[in-house]
Design a protein around this ligand. Structure first.
Ligand code: AP5
Ligand code: MG
Ligand code: ZN
Length: 214
């Protein structure tokens, strides 16, 4: 099963992708997490990506597309995968279509997690992330068992650099300009499923399971 998670920054793509990954046993591929890991490891890709990420802008398509094209050929992807944060522009979606077509493959579901901008700012301020394993928490809505410590791996939780309110506003603008058009794009391909992301985390997941099947 191959799934794309669409949605504004902070809509809950990562939170849901982790649960989907656990239930259906397919990997979560988060381009944002891959870039953050590169930044942490001081790679050349990380240095390039950081400039854009800190400004709330998209990393240029050519840096993202090859990376994903390669990642989905890994062994753990043979039964499917969840693309979390890719594609997020029309050129990226077209490139993905082209790559999959050349492999006689296709995406099965595009899940659009719908959350209005008003809810987003509040969510981002309370988010805590594990730079080690990619798990995401919220101090109010989804707290870790021990404050500041990841339930999964014991890693120390951090505030993401791009969660400052000014940067979140810019990310929302970029989302509306460049990523939201993908809703129409996938609606035309007839694989778009919309999910109400304003509900509680478990309710959102239940809606997703309804779509994907048990
Ligand atoms: P990325 O890491 O993908 O960030 P994003 O898309 O902005 O989305 P987030 O990860 O911020 O939010 P999310 O939807 O995963 O929400 P989460 O589950 O954490 O990308 C970062 C940057 O990398 C981009 O700005 C760009 O520069 C670059 N980049 C990445 N991919 C790229 C690409 N393909 N092309 C170009 N550039 C790219 O939830 C948010 C918070 O809300 C958490 O605290 C969570 O606990 C809480 N929460 C979740 N669900 C609920 C709920 N139902 N109710 C209450 N709280 C909830
Ligand atoms: Mg995320
Ligand atoms: Zn962790």
């Amino acid at each position: 099963m191959k799934i794309i998670m669409l949605g504004a920054p902070g809509a809950g793509k990562g939170t849901q992708a982790q649960q989907i990954s656990a239930k259906y046993d397919i990997p979560q591929i988060s381009t944002g997490d891959i870039f953050r890991a590169n930044i942490k490891n001081n790679t050349e890709l990380g240095a390039k990506a950081k400039v854009y990420m800190d400004a709330g802008d998209l990393v240029p398509d050519d840096l993202v597309i090859d990376l994903v094209a390669d990642r989905i050929t890994w062994d753990d992807c043979k039964d499917g995968y969840i693309l979390d944060g890719f594609p997020r522009s029309i050129p990226q979606a077209e490139a993905l279509d082209e790559i999959l077509r050349s492999r006689e493959d296709k995406v099965d579901y595009v899940l659009d997690i719908d959350v209005p901008d008003e809810n987003i700012i509040h969510r981002m301020g309370g988010r805590r992330a594990c730079p080690n394993c990619g798990a995401t928490y919220h101090i109010e809505f989804n707290p870790p068992k021990v404050e500041g410590v990841c339930d999964n791996c014991g890693g120390e939780l951090i505030l993401r650099d791009d969660d400052k309110p000014e940067t979140v506003k810019e990310r929302l603008t970029v989302y509306h300009d460049q990523t939201q058009p993908l809703i129409d794009y996938y609606e035309k391909e007839d694989i778009l499923e919309s999910v109400d992301g304003t509900k509680e985390i478990d309710d959102v997941f239940n809606q997703i399971v309804e779509i994907l099947g048990e």
